[in-house]
Write a protein that binds this ligand. Structure first.
Ligand SMILES: NC(=O)c1ccc[n+]([C@@H]2O[C@H](COP(=O)([O-])OP(=O)(O)OC[C@H]3O[C@@H](n4cnc5c(N)ncnc54)[C@H](O)[C@@H]3O)[C@@H](O)[C@H]2O)c1
Length: 442
């Protein structure tokens, strides 16, 4: 090193005045300069050689430059979309085979700090009834979950038991506004589901379904995540076909009071399929039928929660119309199992997820009487507009392709919901009384 520096210094010194011809011929000085230049060139080439060797042999493959594999935004041909989709699925399989942490570095050691076991999953509407049960299952499976919720109908209480878990995050955010998150999967549930709530601000409901779904599909496109839409049996409207098969296109009123929800979900399905076909995004669509269970909103106008809350409060059970309209009721754990199978499977859907066991409103009222209070009275009221007469899923497709079917009967599931409602209704009453100085001694 010292000699190199010395040489460099020498080469930067001003040239000495030419010595007398007799003692130092000019040819020998020129050859020294040429030799020094060749020497320097040699070191430059050795340096380049070492660097090339290092990048090609020492660094793991994941760090080397690879041609970009993201689908072009201009792929519109179905074959191209299918090819892109299968490429994405292939990458996902590789990702999962690598334990979810080796996407960029399948061959080498995972650098410290980048290693993680589960998937990163966002659940929009995760503080709501269905969403919070889904979050429980995903956290139990070992995934990291980000809940995005504006708390319109959801409650922090539904997910409070995960506070402090480093694999859980809760973000107060309205899906009508864009959000950027690095995730592998998106379960998109954000939307009020009960008529009382979705009719409260119908324009906001349709905005949530259209703009909210667009934002989440945009996120899926941007980060290469798989996207699952929770659609609804309401897309069948007041069905003329019974039971409803996924190929049935429905009988929906586009200008009715429920249209903000029905048509909103239909548009959300359309957007989901267009992102899939046009942009190669991996999507899944679930059409959910009436679901019940713990953590449902009290007094949300849905028939099961209405009956249970009324029976517990010793109020009459309100039956709309003649009570002969039918519904099928699925327990929430069955639905969550179906949603997860759909997300993990290879089929886009749509899939009906519901319990095909059919009950009239009067039969349901009887089960509630048996479970809570045999003396509960039934009160008839005029029916609401656009209330479908019959609703029962055909779940053959989910049985065949997802290997899924409900396992919890109404007689098994209802008591679980009743104990949750009992605890919430009576602890609410206690806290109301104590805030008026009724029961506490303090
Ligand atoms: N429960 C059912 O019987 C049923 C039936 C069919 C479809 N679904 C669908 O399943 C999903 C979940 O339903 P649920 O029963 O849990 O309803 P829910 O009302 O309990 O949950 C919806 C959640 O979304 C949140 N939310 C609403 N608008 C939002 C917005 N703009 N931005 C962010 N968060 C928002 C709410 O605060 C709530 O936490 C919904 O998409 C619903 O349409 C449910």
């Amino acid at each position: 090193m010292a000699s190199e520096l010395t040489r460099r210094n020498q080469s930067h010194q001003p040239h000495p005045s030419p010595p007398p011809l007799a003692t130092s011929p000019p040819t020998s000085s020129r050859s020294r300069v040429v030799a020094a230049a060749l020497h320097r060139l040699f070191f430059v080439f050795v340096g380049i050689g070492i660097a090339t060797l290092f990048f090609h042999a020492v660094l793991p493959k994941g760090f080397q430059t690879v041609p970009p594999q993201q689908p072009s935004l201009h792929h519109h041909h179905p074959d191209v979309a299918a090819a892109v989709s299968s490429e994405l699925s292939h990458r996902r399989v590789l990702y999962e085979a690598a334990g979810g942490g080796g996407r960029m570095n399948a061959g080498g050691k995972v650098p410290l700090g980048l290693k993680r076991k589960g998937l990163r999953i966002v659940v929009t509407g995760g503080a709501g009834f269905v969403g919070s049960h889904l979050v429980d299952r995903l956290i139990a499976r070992g995934d990291s979950v980000i809940v995005v919720d504006n708390f319109f109908t959801g409650r922090k209480d539904n997910v409070a038991h995960h506070f402090g878990n480093p694999r859980f995050e809760l973000i107060r955010h309205d899906v009508v506004e864009p959000i950027l998150l690095e995730v592998d999967q998106i379960y998109h549930l954000a939307c009020p589901a009960s008529p009382v709530h979705y009719k409260f601000n119908p324009v906001k409901t349709i905005k949530t379904n259209v703009v909210g779904t667009l934002n989440m599909l945009g996120l899926a496109k941007r980060v290469g995540a798989r996207f699952l839409l929770t659609s609804t049996s309401e897309v069948y409207g007041d069905p003329l076909q019974h039971p409803q098969v996924e190929t049935y296109w429905g009988n929906v009123n586009p200008i009715g009071v429920r249209s903000c929800y029905d048509e909103g979900k239909r548009t959300a399905e359309t957007l989901t399929m267009d992102y899939h076909r046009g942009l190669g995004i991996e999507v899944r669509i679930a059409r959910i039928f009436n679901t019940y269970g713990p953590r449902m909103c009290l007094d949300d106008g849905r028939v099961v929660s209405n009956f249970v809350a009324q029976a517990l409060r010793k109020e009459p059970l309100t039956v709309y119309g003649d009570g002969k309209q039918t519904r099928s009721f699925q327990y929430v754990s069955d639905l969550v199992e179906g949603l997860m199978r759909l997300m993990e499977g290879e089929h886009v859907g749509p899939f009906n997820l519901g319990n095909p066991g059919e009950f009239t409103m009067l039969e349901l009222a009887k089960v509630v009487q048996e479970t809570i209070d045999p003396n509960a009275r039934i009160e008839f009221r005029p029916n609401t507009a656009d209330d479908p007469h019959k609703r029962k899923p055909d779940i053959s497709k989910a049985k065949q392709l997802l290997g899924w079917e409900p396992t919890v009967s109404l007689h098994q599931g209802l008591p679980l919901m009743v104990s949750d409602f009992r605890q919430r209704i009576f602890s609410d009453q206690k806290s109301t009384m104590s805030s008026y100085g009724g029961t506490t001694s303090a």
